[in-house]
Design a binder for this molecule. Structure first.
Ligand SMILES: NC(=O)c1ccc[n+]([C@@H]2O[C@H](COP(=O)([O-])OP(=O)(O)OC[C@H]3O[C@@H](n4cnc5c(N)ncnc54)[C@H](OP(=O)(O)O)[C@@H]3O)[C@@H](O)[C@H]2O)c1
Length: 295
């Protein structure tokens, strides 16, 4: 069996709890730390009590004791689903101590995102920044880029829906989808990635009830429209994405995105190679049939 990866989980909220359940089921993962906020009523409780399962032997502790606990439990990777301020503070400590990170937290401003990049660079540590952690939503982004590059003159709108207490709006994922639209639509022009401004694409944010997460892209002309949508039914989808990211980052250095984890560019290249191969076969078969025609 491959080496076991020692994991520290930060943020014991809606998503963190789902991730904890999945981590506890993995043979190649050892969940060694569970971290909550400084004022949390979860401090000192067994993780099992928070998950409504049997005791795990993992005692939830405050982020205030992060450094001491890292010394004690020596995690290889930390998964953070807390809030932007907390994540940046935690990242500084984790990176200094060479703990790699999977950051699922969303809502960072530009300065905070740049800070995370420089933390990874200056400490020579690996970080996956994943405001869009599910496989499905990453597929939606690839499809959106492709559709926008074909339908470059169409009007585009994004609609994202989440539960009513979600703090950031629009979602980090919706902003990334908007960038994919702009990248796709500028396929025939030279543009600088830094010049992409997601606000050029209208985004409507719906905050209602318990919706886990839905993103919909609409590309419309005067005559027709294309819709591409992704919906998460369960937070397990986030947990499975986080798990993939942990396995990816545990031996890497640098700043990565889920695109790198899932390697969807490689899938696209294989798709194009297969299409070229089938096309060649078709031409070859047509030539054979022509040979059989009576002269
Ligand atoms: N990347 C994705 O695809 C994806 C998917 C889902 C959610 N998210 C993002 O993940 C984050 C959490 O989402 P959620 O729905 O789970 O929110 P949530 O239910 O509010 O959970 C956040 C948890 O973090 C804890 N916390 C706050 N500050 C902390 C700190 N400094 N250190 C450790 N824990 C801290 C909170 O307090 P207590 O410890 O006091 O309980 C709370 O339990 C949000 O930014 C959300 O947008 C991203």
């Amino acid at each position: 069996m491959a080496d076991v990866i020692r994991v520290c989980l930060i943020g014991m909220g809606r998503t963190g709890k789902e991730i904890a359940k999945i981590l506890l089921q993995q043979e190649d993962i050892d969940l060694v730390m569970a971290v909550c906020s400084e004022t949390s009523n979860k401090i000192g409780k067994d993780l099992g009590e928070i998950l409504n399962t049997r005791d795990t032997g993992i005692i939830v502790d405050s982020c205030r004791n992060l450094e001491t606990n890292i010394f004690k439990y020596k995690p290889d990777v930390a998964i953070d689903f807390s809030n932007p301020e907390g994540t940046v503070r935690n990242a500084e400590i984790l990176a200094k101590m060479k703990v790699r990170m999977v950051i699922g937290t969303t809502g960072f401003n530009e300065i905070q995102t740049k800070k995370l990049m420089s933390i990874a660079k200056n400490n020579k540590v690996g970080i996956v920044h994943a405001p869009n952690i599910t496989l499905g939503v990453n597929v939606l982004m690839v499809l959106t880029n492709l559709a926008a590059s074909i339908l470059e003159s169409y009007d585009c709108t994004i609609v994202e829906s989440h539960f009513k207490d979600k703090k950031d709006a629009p979602s980090g994922t919706a902003k990334k989808i908007a960038n994919e639209v702009l990248k796709g639509m500028s396929i025939n022009r030279d543009i600088n990635l830094h010049d992409l401004d997601y606000t050029e694409v209208p985004i409507h944010a719906v905050r209602a009830g318990g919706i886990i997460g839905r993103h919909e892209v609409v590309l419309a002309s005067e005559y027709d429209k294309v819709e591409i949508a992704h919906e998460s039914f369960s937070r397990t989808a986030f947990a499975l994405g986080a798990l993939k990211a942990v396995r990816f980052i545990h031996d890497k250095v640098g700043f990565f995105e889920m695109n790198d984890v899932l390697d969807l560019r490689h899938v696209m290249t294989r798709y194009l190679e297969r299409e070229a191969y089938f096309r060649k076969q078709k031409i070859y078969n047509m030539e054979l049939q022509e040979d059989q025609l009576p002269v």
